[in-house]
Design a binder for this molecule. Structure first.
Ligand code: FES
Length: 357
């Protein structure tokens, strides 16, 4: 007991920790100091001595670890966890047992029960922050950090997966197509076919018109290379026998086709059959034979001519002209328009200008 009293507080604490953790390794210093002073088997150390409170009983001693160091060492030995529970030494020491054992306890540490441990007592226990809580508070950034473990627990790291997953938005269902659109499909087809037919027909009409125009243009071009040829009536034509022209008769049936009057009349005391030209000597109009008036009357300016063709009224300056006439081989009278005879020139006396009746 005397040796134990000589042990320092640190040695006592180390011995107590070794015994509490099942490691019966006394402190080296204690062994080195008192190797032969092993306690007797009958003398078990008092539980009050094993408490670290005995070590804390005398703070401020020179060369001894501080209370915080002792606590840190105890935590590290208890499990090495920064957030581990404080060792039992932090708890206040119970009252010493009565009797011999309690007396020994009083002897080993006189001030064990007298002075409480300043580090493990009172509100300072909550003031200390462990590393995990400080880190959690720094990560959260919401507040300076929890004061105790109880506050640090809810500041656990947020689960990124839960935050990353956004809530699924309800997908709206596509409305069903109205039945009218399906029913309108045939109309669309009909409209398309109508438009195609219409466009096709318009194109066909256009191409047809273009083809017709091109054909006509080609025909006109070909006609340009083949000019008109006037089909004039023959200059000679037969009007029948002399018996068909009685005296005093003016035949008008050849006016339209040949432009000739065939007249059987007396001229200068000779009964003649001659062919008068149906062209007014004024400006070329065609006079009319007036049977009642026995004269040729021009409708243009009123010139009048006798039956023998002598002009007697109107602007006509001279008598009508005659064509050549003769009796053909077959006995018929033949008129030749290629020859004409003028009275003012004395040509009516030419035997080719008349046929005696
Ligand atoms: Fe016959 Fe003028 S044309 S009178």
């Amino acid at each position: 007991m005397a040796d134990r009293k000589k042990m320092s507080v640190a040695e006592i604490l180390a011995a107590a920790r070794a015994e509490a953790g099942g490691q019966a390794k006394p402190a080296k210093t204690a062994e080195a100091a008192t190797p032969q002073e092993e306690p007797a088997p009958s003398e078990q150390p008092a539980p009050s001595v094993e408490k670290p409170t005995a070590a804390v009983a005398k703070p401020g001693a020179a060369g001894r670890p501080s209370v915080q160091d002792i606590l840190a060492m105890a935590r590290s030995k208890a499990g090495g966890k920064p957030g581990g529970e404080p060792p039992a030494a932090a708890k206040p020491a119970p009252k010493p047992a009565a009797g011999k054992t309690g007396q020994r306890a009083n002897e080993s540490g006189k001030a064990v029960a007298a002075k409480p441990v300043p580090a493990a007592s009172g509100p300072k226990k909550n003031v200390q922050r462990d590393t995990a809580s400080i880190l959690a508070a720094a990560r959260a950034g919401a507040k300076p950090g929890p004061v105790s473990k109880a506050e640090a627990a809810p500041v656990a790291k947020p689960k990124p997966k839960a935050a990353a997953k956004p809530a699924k938005r309800p997908v709206p269902q596509r409305p069903a197509r109205p039945a009218a659109s399906k029913a309108a499909k045939p109309d669309d087809d009909g409209r398309r076919s109508f438009l195609s037919y219409a466009v096709g027909s318009f194109m066909a009409i256009g191409f047809t018109a273009l083809s017709v125009t091109g054909g006509l243009f080609t025909l006109g071009l070909a006609r340009f290379f083949f000019p008109n040829v006037l089909a004039e009536p023959p200059s000679r034509f037969k009007v029948g026998s002399k018996e068909g022209f009685p005296a005093g008769k003016v035949e008008t049936k050849y006016v339209a086709q040949y432009g000739v009057w065939v007249v059987n009349s007396d001229f200068e005391g000779v009964q003649q059959i001659y062919a008068l030209k149906t062209v007014c000597t004024h400006l070329g109009c065609t006079p009319n034979w007036l049977e009642t008036e026995q004269k040729f009357k021009c409708p243009c300016h009123g010139s009048g001519f006798y039956k023998d063709g002598i002009n007697f009224e109107g602007p006509a300056p001279r008598p009508l002209e005659r064509y050549a006439i003769r009796i053909a081989d077959d006995g018929q009278l033949e008129v030749d328009k290629s020859k004409s005879f003028q009275e003012e020139l004395g040509q009516w006396n030419d035997p080719e200008s008349f046929v005696t009746a």
